[in-house]
Design a protein around this ligand. Structure first.
Ligand SMILES: Cc1cc2nc3c(=O)[nH]c(=O)nc-3n(C[C@H](O)[C@H](O)[C@H](O)COP(=O)(O)OP(=O)(O)OC[C@H]3O[C@@H](n4cnc5c(N)ncnc54)[C@H](O)[C@@H]3O)c2cc1C
Length: 537
C-alpha cells in the first residue's frame, strides 16, 4: 500500500549501507531521528468536513489525510510530526470528464476551492490545502488511468490524465510503443501532473521533455469544456498547449492527454565514465550535446556527488578496487562520474558509443563499461526510498533544481552549493551538498543539487533550518540567471520568486489569464500565482 507519510510503497525498503552511515556521520556528526505521529493519531485530529455529501466525494478522515500533502521536505516534516496544518474537506474520485464537469459545477454551488490532484508527488507545495474561508475539494484523477486510444498511424496515444508512469508504459508496451517519459517519480506521478507542472524525464535527451510529448487533449474548466486539437506543427498564432503546460491546475482540470509515442526501441544500455576533474567532465558533456551525439541520457555528477554515490553504493571492497584502477588511469581525488544512456537501433547505439568514446578520450574520460550503468538502471526509480533510510538515521535530505546557460553553469552551481553549505553555519551545523547536471541542451543544462543535514531536537527547529536554506538558495538562483524551476514547477513554495524571473508585464498577463478562466479564484488557489505573485518586482 502507498505510504501515508512518505514516499512509495510501504512494503519496500532501502537500507543505508554501514559505510554510508559512517560517511555521513563523519561529515555531519551523529544524528537522531524524531518521534513520528501515527496514522490513527493524525486521523483523530482531522476536523469535521465543511463539504456537504456528494456521491463522488469521500469525506472520511483517512482519505483526507492521504491527499493532504505532497513530497517536499516541508510536507515530509508535516507528515512525520502529524502537524498537517490543513486537510481537504473531501476528495473526489471521478471516472469520466463528465463527472469532472459535474464536480466543478458542484464546487461553485457549494462555494468550494478545488485542488486538482495527480499523483501527489509535488515537491513545491502544489497540492496542500491552505487556510481558506471556503471548504476545499481535492479532485483526484487516479481513477482516470486508462489508455483510451492509440493512433499508430500518427503515433498519438490518448490517456486518462490520472494515468501514472508504470501504467502509461505498460499499456503502451502491450502494443509495442513507449512514451519514454521517466521522471524519478515515475512510480506515482501522472500524465496530467507532468503536463500541468512541465515535467522532465531522465531520458529527455532522446524523447524530449513533456512539452515535446504533449500533443493536445481535453480540459474541463469553470467556463466549460476545452478541447486542445493535435497538429504536427502550426503557425496559427501562439500555441494553446503552452498555456496548459505549467498551468499547475489554475486554468482547469486536464482530463485527457494526447501524447506523441514511439515504437519500443531495439536496444538500450547505460554506461559509466569517470573524468579526472569537473572542468574536463563539464566540457565533455557540453561537447557531446552540442555535437548531437546519439545519447538518450547524460547525467554528470560533480566530485562530491561522485564521492557520495560511491560511498552510499555499499560494496566497499569492490568500490575500493574501482577507485584504485581509476586513480592509475588519472581519475583520482576530484574525479567526476558521468552516466550515459544509448537507445535505438544497433547501429544508432554503436555510433553513439563510438562518438562518446572519441570525444570523452580527449577530456581524459575513463570508460568503465555497463556494470555501474546497470546498477543505476536497477535503482533509477527506487532512490527516493533512501530518504526514508536517512530519516531513520536522523538525517533529512532535500533537493533543489534550476537551469542556466553553459556560460553560467559553474558560477551558479558554486553559488547554490556555497549558500547551502554555509547556510547553517551560525548554529554550528554542517550541510552536506552535492550536485549533478541531469538534463543537457545545446544552450545549457539543468543543475540538480542535493543537501543533507541533521534533524534538530524538534520538528519546529528542523523545519526552520530547511526554510532558511530553501529561501536563501531560491533567492540565489533567481538573482543569478537561474530559472526558479527546471522541472519541479512553481507551486506555492516557488511562487514568491516567479515575479523576479518573469517581470511585472508577464505576471500581469498570467494573472489576467487565470482571472479569465477562474474569476473567483477557486482552482488551486495560491499555486503558481501567489497573492504576492501579483506584485510587481
Ligand atoms: C522522489 C521524487 C522525484 C521526482 N523526480 C522528478 C523528475 O525526475 N522530473 C520531474 O519533472 N519531476 C520530478 N519530481 C516532481 C514531481 O514528480 C513532478 O512535478 C510531477 O510532474 C508531478 O506529477 P503528479 O501527477 O504527482 O502531480 P501532483 O503533484 O498531484 O500535482 C502537481 C500540480 O499539477 C496539478 N495537476 C495535477 N494533475 C492535474 C490535472 N489532471 N489537471 C490539472 N492540473 C493537474 C496539481 O494541481 C498541482 O498543481 C519528483 C518528485 C519526487 C517526490
Amino acid at each position: 500500500m502507498r505510504r501515508w507519510n512518505g514516499w512509495g510503497d510501504d512494503s519496500f525498503h532501502l537500507e543505508l549501507p554501514d559505510n554510508g552511515e559512517a560517511f555521513l556521520r563523519e561529515r555531519l556528526g551523529s544524528a537522531q531521528s524524531l518521534e513520528e505521529a501515527t496514522l490513527e493519531a493524525v486521523c483523530n485530529r482531522v476536523p469535521q468536513s465543511l463539504l456537504p455529501a456528494h456521491e463522488l466525494v469521500h469525506r472520511d478522515a483517512e482519505t483526507r489525510v492521504r491527499h493532504a500533502r505532497g513530497q517536499s521536505l516541508d510536507d515530509w516534516l508535516a507528515m512525520r510530526s502529524g502537524e498537517f496544518g490543513h486537510f481537504p474537506d473531501g476528495v473526489a474520485l471521478p471516472e469520466t470528464s463528465e463527472q469532472v464537469a459535474q464536480l466543478l459545477q458542484w464546487a461553485c454551488e457549494v462555494d468550494a476551492d478545488v485542488i486538482p490532484y495527480g499523483g501527489g508527488t509535488s515537491v513545491a507545495g502544489h497540492i496542500n490545502p491552505r487556510a481558506s474561508q471556503r471548504p476545499v475539494l481535492t479532485l483526484s484523477l487516479e481513477r482516470m488511468n486508462r489508455l483510451l486510444d492509440l493512433d499508430t498511424e500518427s503515433q498519438i496515444a490518448t490517456f486518462g490524465a490520472g494515468t501514472p508512469g508504470p501504467l502509461v508504459e505498460a499499456q503502451l508496451l502491450a502494443q509495442g510503443y513507449t512514451l519514454g517519459h521517466f521522471p524519478q517519480s515515475f512510480e506515482l506521478s501522472t500524465l496530467g501532473g507532468w503536463v500541468a507542472s512541465r515535467s522532465s524525464g531522465q531520458q529527455s535527451l532522446r524523447y524530449g521533455r513533456i512539452e515535446q510529448l504533449f500533443a493536445g487533449g481535453h480540459l474541463e474548466t469553470l467556463e466549460g469544456p476545452w478541447e486542445i486539437p493535435t497538429f504536427p506543427a502550426s503557425a496559427a498564432g501562439p500555441d494553446v498547449r503552452e498555456m496548459i503546460l505549467g498551468s499547475e491546475g489554475r486554468l482547469g482540470i486536464i482530463t485527457e492527454v494526447k501524447v506523441r509515442v514511439t515504437p519500443v526501441p531495439d536496444r538500450e544500455s547505460f554506461h559509466v565514465l569517470f573524468f579526472p576533474d569537473w572542468e574536463a567532465a563539464r566540457t565533455c558533456a557540453r561537447e557531446l550535446v552540442q555535437n548531437r551525439t546519439f545519447l538518450s541520457m547524460l547525467r554528470l555528477s560533480n566530485a562530491i556527488e561522485t564521492e557520495t554515490q560511491l560511498a552510499l553504493a555499499g560494496h566497499p571492497t569492490l568500490i575500493g578496487m574501482l577507485e584504485r584502477y581509476l586513480s592509475v588511469r588519472g581519475a583520482g581525488d576530484g574525479k567526476c562520474m558521468m552516466t550515459i544512456g544509448v537507445t535505438g537501433t544497433r547501429d544508432q547505439c554503436r555510433t553513439g558509443l563510438r562518438e562518446l568514446r572519441r570525444i570523452s578520450r580527449r577530456h581524459g574520460g575513463v570508460y568503465t563499461g555497463t556494470h555501474l550503468g546497470k546498477k543505476w538502471e536497477a535503482k533509477r526509480f527506487t532512490m527516493p526510498y533512501l530518504r526514508e533510510a536517512l530519516w531513520q538515521h536522523g538525517y533529512v535530505v532535500d533537493t533543489l533544481e534550476t537551469a542556466t546557460d553553459w556560460d553560467n553553469v559553474d558560477a551558479l552551481m558554486g553559488r547554490i552549493e556555497g549558500t547551502l553549505r554555509n547556510g547553517l553555519e551560525a548554529e554550528g551545523e554542517q550541510v552536506h551538498v552535492f550536485t549533478h547536471l541531469s538534463h543537457v541542451y545545446s544552450q545549457g543544462c539543468s543543475i540538480y543539487t542535493t543537501y543533507v543535514f541533521r534533524c534538530a531536537d524538534s520538528y519546529e527547529e528542523t523545519h526552520r533550518r530547511w526554510a532558511r536554506l530553501k529561501a536563501a538558495t531560491s533567492e540565489t538562483i533567481v538573482r543569478n540567471r537561474g530559472t526558479i524551476s527546471h522541472q519541479h514547477g512553481v507551486g506555492r513554495d516557488h511562487a514568491p520568486y516567479l515575479p523576479i524571473e518573469k517581470g511585472p508585464m508577464t505576471m500581469a498577463a498570467l494573472n489576467a489569464l487565470s482571472q479569465r478562466f477562474d474569476p473567483q479564484q477557486r482552482l488551486a488557489p495560491g499555486v503558481l500565482l501567489s497573492e504576492r505573485g501579483a506584485d510587481n518586482e
